[in-house]
Design a protein around this ligand. Structure first.
Ligand SMILES: C[S@@+](CC[C@H](N)C(=O)[O-])C[C@H]1O[C@@H](n2cnc3c(N)ncnc32)[C@H](O)[C@@H]1O
Length: 232
């Protein structure tokens, strides 16, 4: 999958792209991520990307011309949907992540300040995505959230594909409790069933714990889970 990111802070992405999972996916050719500095698409000597909002008010707005030029250039090489990360968008969840992971590629606009000129949304943006009902200062962190969530679902990116099936949100259930060595820590022992070697019992225990935990911590998800198994 090819992902193009448009940002005024390209440096933020360096460490992220060098982390184990993403870096491995890139080196194995499963992911191709290009970070574009919006300033490279300006035509004035000061490389200005923002301006005051019409009508007044606090904060600056990202100008339309550099964004339009960036999108048009990128689309020549990667003709895919343009995503604007915004708190006004559809809230990202695992179902949406799954849908996005099947795409050929994505073009992501990271907003800043008051956001981007509305005409870019009208003319170029295909999808608007929010990472939750809270406000951040820029779209860079949301785009990393989106990229990491999507990458994990691209076949071959995670070493152990079966772990995806067992993890939180995959089938509306939260993950079961996990333990590692030592067997006893501060007086608490690992549940016996997990060291029994009986895989059938272990998976029964895990599913029961996942159900219990979801019912208690996320009754909204548990409702969805029940509806899903009833409809099967
Ligand atoms: C301070 S916000 C602008 C918010 C905008 N004035 C509004 O009220 O909708 C600056 C940028 O951060 C990003 N952003 C902030 N919160 C976000 C969220 N919850 N999900 C996705 N992007 C977000 C967007 O790209 C946005 O353009």
């Amino acid at each position: 999958m090819r992902i193009d990111i448009i940002t005024i802070f390209p440096g933020i992405f360096s460490n992220f792209l060098e982390t184990s999972l993403i870096q491995r996916a890139i080196s194995e050719g499963l992911l191709n991520i290009r970070v574009h500095n919006l300033r490279d698409f300006t035509s004035d000597p000061h490389r200005v990307v923002d301006d005051y909002p019409y009508g007044g008010g606090a904060g600056m707005v990202l100008k339309p011309e550099p964004l339009a030029l960036a999108i048009e250039n990128i689309k020549n090489e990667n003709p895919v949907n343009v995503i604007y990360l915004t708190p006004q968008g559809r809230v990202l969840d695992q179902q949406y992540v799954k849908e996005l992971s099947k795409r050929e590629g994505l073009i992501i606009i990271c907003g800043r300040y008051r956001g981007i000129d509305e005409r870019i949304r009208e003319l170029y943006v295909d999808e608007e995505i929010s990472i939750g009902d809270y406000l951040l200062s820029g779209g860079e962190i949301p785009s990393m959230v989106l990229i990491e969530a999507v990458s994990r679902l691209i076949p071959g990116v995670l070493g152990n594909e079966s772990s995806i099936e067992e993890e939180t949100f995959t089938g509306y259930l939260l993950d079961s409790p996990q333990y590692t060595r030592p067997y006893e820590f501060k007086g608490i022992k690992v549940p016996e069933v997990l060291i029994s070697g009986d895989h059938k019992e272990i998976s029964k225990w895990r599913i029961n714990k996942a159900r219990e935990r979801t019912k208690k911590l996320r009754p909204d998800l548990y409702e969805k889970y029940l509806k899903k198994i009833i409809s099967k």
